[in-house]
Design a protein around this ligand. Sequence first.
Ligand code: HEC
Length: 164
Amino acid sequence: MQDRVVRGFRGSGVPRFWFGRRGLGVTLVVVLAVSSVRASTGQTAAAPGAQTTRDKVYSKEQAARGGKLYVATCRSCHDPGHLAEGKKPGPELTGDKFLTKWSGHKLGELHTNILTTMPNDGSAFLDDDQTADILAYLLQANGFPDGASALKSNTTGKDVLIVK
Ligand code: HEC
């Protein structure tokens, strides 16, 4: 696609300076910007019938498991009421600010984010299922309803759209 756009410019009588070093850089930035807008629109547009975080995507038992893990491995940095001394606090994981930031993204992205970066002091290493349990807890803590089945990290959970 990039190829075609660049050729399009060339063929459309765009002045020569476009293809100087700087000009090409600008062209690339434009091309990249256009494709990332496309990518993010694709992401937010839920396919018909796609699940969102309102669709009872985790179970109460799972959230309870996740809650224990949260207390043991996350709370000391993420809960203003329980901050541990000497640890760099992180943002709150409940509430409007958090949901505004993540809405429009897939639960799978949040899962990967937690799995690969948290806790960021190396105090624990979570596996896929533990991370899914913590996600269930975070959904509960953010007021989303629970349902009959647990969130599976790599199948049902991945494409669930986070909404506010
Ligand atoms: C030692 C402190 C610490 C611990 C423990 C910790 N975090 Fe974090 N977390 C941070 C900080 C600081 C940030 C801000 C981003 C950064 O600097 O990496 C963050 C960012 C995040 C974010 C992104 C927040 C946003 O607004 O997008 C999520 C999600 C998250 N942490 C989840 C967790 C979970 C789940 C755990 C427990 C498994 C955990 N963190 C444990 C410090 C911590």
